[in-house]
Design a protein around this ligand. Structure first.
Ligand code: BGC
Length: 733
């Protein structure tokens, strides 16, 4: 277990813009996926920031705008007019107050348009509204369907275009090396072939909308712990690199012609990814012939030498490519030709994506979500929903006369989890909770009742001073607190910690020195919880480090009334549907364990003991442990399904659609079984992260070591009624 105080991640006072949603008439309703993006976006734009604003009329002064000469000639012609400072402006970050998370401003005198790059992998992110929150990448991968991946990419591309962004910061194609990785939900799979096939299809979809894809994060970025520090120095052998960690990038570049690549926070074999000549030059440029440009992840460039190593653009600040690069060029320590190459690569894509000839008309305030886009999200969620167990079979429910269905759990209604956290988080334009979806789909003769089953994390009370000595004192600006907790009773407690900073910097909670929470305060969740077993009268050391504002708890007797109410509801129902979630999966933190937060395991156990027809629905982006598996009748992994969550879930539960998913990652029986089970392998010993499992990642590890996981890669079956109607085997790409 990692000592909390030693852990560091990138500190960045990240700012999320609050943008006003512009009211837009229902005329958007019919805008389809294949609509010409510029037209659709124009019709919906009523205000906000338009990136073309400030761009000078071409007139006769910018012949490269209207020229039909080959792009290389237009680039050369334009560059013939560029000063050193104008070239620098194309490669440096311009701060964090721009309309897009990454940005270069227009250069009006040369008719160079503004260039906005916006997250992310599951829809337009970074705090923009009026967009579609799509299912997570892992849900898409569970559908095993390249044509669906292409449609998913088209939705993202069209919505980015409508928002005026010219590059989508996605997809995330890093291999799911370990289920604790906080960004597993954002990535696709543990398998390089599935990963590559889907990412190429998705990129084709994005780029078909005149929006560049910036595939990320190159390369071997597989954990959040220690990120962007020398402690995340991945030691990986050439074979594993070539066979496991690089193929998805190769496919993005060679099959899908991704316009751009984002270099990662990880160090790989001793050099930061954005200062790694081997990766960025020998592999990407020399071996693969990549003609596009490389952008640094947020603050991931570590020296001006990146200009020689292969990073073309620093974002979002200009620590190394602003005055530092200017003076290096003036001094001759970096040749001007290196800068010219960087600018030439960027301009080539700007011309290739018609930014000069068709100025972007989108706006950050445009409403770009459409019913058609949302329908793609619903289909992906349905096709990705993975049926892991169905004894009886208890699923699907009959379309009518299904008796009483007791829907249980905060995640079903009061605290739903639609998406993972961090830069990939997309604000939904509207939502359907699991409960609302089930209520809407239940036919005549079916009665739906709801019981929350547990308090929401944010409604828990503070640990009273009588039980904690000294009393908890908040650490809103960082620091630490240590106290002794005396347990008043024996049983399962919920402990919760709030990190209010919103700054992608974890706060840690430890019990007797064991780290039990790692809360990075990314959108959308700031309070993380965990269940612990305590014994009456025993004293426990509770310590917090980092920024924190609340230390909360639920004692066994405080939790009992809501669990008992759920048990009562389940007893008098024909079926119980317990919706559970892991809302702690996020960028900037890894999960300390594979357990569900709060006392959700205990809730499932209590409900399953009361009703043999208990169905568990999981909203999570990565594998969880399932200690209750033998006691429940059915398990549906619904991943993070995006904003139409309840609609897709109900459609699967009532047999209107097939739960089409198959696991794109192995579910281990326990954490001890995973390929990177030693600290040296994950998260590393503080100076290196040994990828000593080599190519034995994911199912290869279980095969090679004759291990039986909880659910193997590829698990998932249709429900019986859909089997007869729409039987199909996993659609291997
Ligand atoms: C993430 C990237 C993201 C960037 C911009 C970084 O923290 O790692 O995936 O695109 O921020 O938001």
């Amino acid at each position: 277990m990692v000592v909390a105080g030693v852990r560091r991640v990138l500190l960045r006072g990240r700012r999320y813009w609050v943008r006003r949603l512009v009211a837009v008439a229902a005329a958007v309703a019919l805008a389809g996926l294949m609509a010409v993006p510029a037209v659709a976006a124009q019709a919906r734009t009523t205000g906000g920031t338009n990136v073309a604003a400030g761009r000078a009329a071409p007139g006769g002064s910018c012949p490269w705008v209207t020229s039909t000469a080959p792009i290389s000639q237009r680039v050369a012609q334009l560059m013939g007019h560029m000063s050193l400072s104008q070239e620098i402006s194309m490669v440096e970050g311009h701060g964090t107050s721009n309309p897009y998370v990454f940005y270069t401003p227009p250069i009006s005198s040369l008719c160079i348009p503004a260039f906005g790059l916006e997250d992310g992998p599951a829809g337009v992110a970074d705090g923009l509204t009026g967009v579609t929150q799509m299912p997570a990448g892992v849900a898409l991968a569970a559908a095993w369907d390249p044509s669906l991946a292409q449609q998913y990419g088209q939705v993202i591309g069209a919505e980015e275009f409508g928002k005026g962004a010219s590059a989508n910061l996605g997809p995330t194609v890093n291999i799911d090396r370990d289920p604790r990785w906080g960004r597993s939900f954002e990535a696709l799979s543990e398998d390089p072939f599935l990963n590559s096939t889907l990412d190429a299809a998705e990129i084709n979809g994005v780029q078909s909308q005149d929006v560049m894809a910036q595939v990320k994060h190159f390369a071997a970025y597989n954990q959040e712990t220690f990120r962007n520090t020398p402690a995340d120095n991945v030691i990986v052998d050439n074979r594993a690199e070539q066979e496991i960690y690089l193929p998805s990038f190769y496919a993005a570049v060679k099959q899908a012609n991704a316009a751009s690549v984002m270099c990662a926070y990880s160090m790989v074999n001793g050099s930061f990814s954005c200062n790694n000549s081997y990766l960025e030059t020998s592999v990407l440029r020399d071996a693969w012939g990549f003609p596009g440009f490389v952008t640094s992840d947020y603050g991931a460039l570590h020296s001006t030498q990146g200009a020689l190593q292969g990073t073309d653009m620093e974002q979002p600040e200009n620590t190394y490519y602003g005055t530092a690069l200017t003076s290096a060029i003036r001094k001759g320590t970096i040749p001007r030709s290196a800068l010219n190459t960087m600018v030439q690569r960027i301009l080539t894509q700007l011309f290739g994506y018609n930014l000069f000839s068709q100025p972007r008309t989108g706006s950050t305030s445009a409403t770009v979500t459409t019913p058609a886009n949302q329908a793609v999200g619903t289909t992906v969620a349905e096709e990705g929903t993975t049926l892991l167990k169905n004894s009886g079979p208890v699923l699907p429910f009959p379309a009518s006369n299904a008796g009483t269905i007791a829907v249980i759990g905060p995640a079903a209604s009061t605290s739903p989890a639609y998406a993972g956290g961090g830069s990939a988080y997309v604000i939904p334009s509207s939502t359907v909770t699991p409960l609302a979806g089930i209520q809407a789909a239940a036919g005549s003769g079916t009665n739906v009742v709801y019981s929350q089953g547990l308090p929401t994390d944010t409604s828990l009370p503070s640990i009273p001073p009588g039980n904690l000595s000294p009393a908890y004192s908040a650490t809103p600006s960082g620091g630490s607190y240590t106290g002794t907790l005396t347990a008043p009773e024996t049983g399962t407690y919920v402990l919760a910690l709030t990190n209010p900073c919103g700054c992608y910097t974890p706060a840690y909670l430890s019990l007797n020195g064991q780290q039990i929470l790692d809360d990075p305060s990314t959108p959308p969740v700031h309070t993380y919880s965990v269940a612990v077993s305590l014994t009456a009268g025993q004293r426990y050391t509770l310590s917090v480090s980092g920024q924190s504002s609340q230390l909360l708890w639920g004692t066994p007797s405080a939790l009992a009334p809501s669990i008992n109410a759920a048990v009562t509801a389940a007893k008098s129902a024909s079926t119980a549907v317990v919706v559970v979630s892991d809302d702690t999966e996020s960028e900037a933190a890894d999960r300390p364990s594979l357990n569900l937060p709060s006392a959700q395991d205990q809730l499932i156990e209590a409900v399953a003991a009361a009703n043999p027809n208990t169905v568990v629905v999981i909203n999570a982006g990565a594998p969880i442990e399932m200690p209750w598996l033998p006691q429940v009748a059915a398990v549906l992994d619904d991943w993070y399904p995006g904003q139409s969550s309840g609609t897709s879930l109900a459609s699967v539960l009532f047999g209107q659609t097939n739960p089409g998913g198959h696991l794109p990652v192995t579910f281990p029986a326990s954490l001890g079984q995973v390929p990177a089970s030693t600290t040296a392998q994950f998260p590393g010993n503080g100076s290196q992260v040994q990828y000593s499992e080599g190519i034995d990642v994911g199912y290869r590890w279980y095969d090679a070591n004759n291990l039986t996981p909880l659910f193997p890669f590829g698990s998932g079956s249709p429900t019986p009624s859909s089997r007869s109607a729409t039987c199909r085997s996993p659609r291997a790409p």
